[in-house]
Design a protein around this ligand. Sequence first.
Ligand SMILES: Cc1cc2nc3c(=O)[nH]c(=O)nc-3n(C[C@H](O)[C@H](O)[C@H](O)COP(=O)(O)O)c2cc1C
Length: 430
Amino acid sequence: MSVKGKNILLGISGGIGSFKACELLRLFVKAEAHVRVVMTEAAQHFITPLTFQSLGAEEVSLDVFDPKPYSLEHVAWSDWANILVIAPCTANVIGKLANGIADEVLSTQAIAYAGPILIAPAMNVKMYNNKAVQRNITYLKSTGVHFIGPETGALASLITASGRMSEPGTIFARARQILLGRNDLKGQHVVVSAGPTREPLDPVRYISNYSSGKMGYALADAASAFGAEVTLVSGPVELAPPPGVNVVRVETALQMQDEIDKACAGADYLFMAAAVADFRPASYQKQKIKRSGESLNLTLQANPDILKSLQKNRPRKVIGFALEVENLEARAHDKLRDKRLDMIVANNPSEEGIGFGSDFNRITIIPRGGKTVRTERLPKYELAIKIIEEAINLSHAQPVPQIQPGAPGRHVPQIQRGRARGGRTYKRRP
Ligand SMILES: Cc1cc2nc3c(=O)[nH]c(=O)nc-3n(C[C@H](O)[C@H](O)[C@H](O)COP(=O)(O)O)c2cc1C
């Protein structure tokens, strides 16, 4: 389930962090949610209702006694909403919610609301540390109200302390996670790679491919919605970073290998969705290559196979992607074995209206030792959720297969004697 089509009630109270609620509203609107805004009177000293209307709020409510149709039924919005997000939430509003006080429009809607509530407190550190405020927060948490932040950082008073409202992206990601209702990946570290790599020829030219990065970004976004801490190692793409995700930007395959290796230390999952260039120019020309003659010969050199090269930092579950235009499933099975993956996601980019650059795809998910799942054409975010569900369901009991020296389609070790992963000793075939 995504945020698309969901009804978001965004409450704004009178704190200096209220300007950040504009960005939060934009994130919900961009995700195609319906947003209604409820502002306290104090909030209107900091920011105007017009700002939220202009940014895409469908309605803005300011007064319990407002004679507009919605407000006649002063708690009607609380039946409409799928989630109530209060950001920023003042000490005052926290106190009212904890004590059942409904003396203006936000607290009235909130107290009448039976669905999930997410509060992003923001206040001066002395207010935040106040015993009554802390008691109110503890009480609300015990009733199932979700809290995010506050963060430690520079407050309005310019001192660095706890009390700063969480960033809009982080609040959005948490709200989406609450709406998804899944927390399976909480406490787990997921690494996702996305996009193409660029292999430079000279200061102005490079070799690359058509990968848009959309599938990898959707995976990072969805993993975050499942509660994971996500590192997205991204090649050059035109996409906004998914909210709440740590993005590491790279250009070349070698940089990607390096950053993935670092990110995978202690990670639980790797989703290798990047379209890493198989080859790079054997030499980089420091000066722009001049046009001369009718042809130019380029010598290319193989890039490392990042999945095969994962050694000591190999995450618990490694998921690869196969892009094939022929014999899709047979080749995906080969790749699954060859690269000792736990699961592979295969797709054919030559099908009309899916794949590269598109927001849609049709995929085949092949878990090692499990049942193959073939999807219909779906938005990439929906597919990302399916892929993550399948990855979560992968049996922990399935051991990673050992390399069989000389077996067809498998890596043949170049040394006389050595140790395969898992400690098995093998001999090279004569
Ligand atoms: C400049 C300024 C900044 C304020 N910032 C905050 C804040 O970040 N958090 C907070 O709890 N109160 C803050 N206050 C105090 C609240 O605005 C005040 O308690 C108000 O009554 C809250 O009303 P409300 O909860 O109905 O929005 C601030 C007041 C001023 C004048």
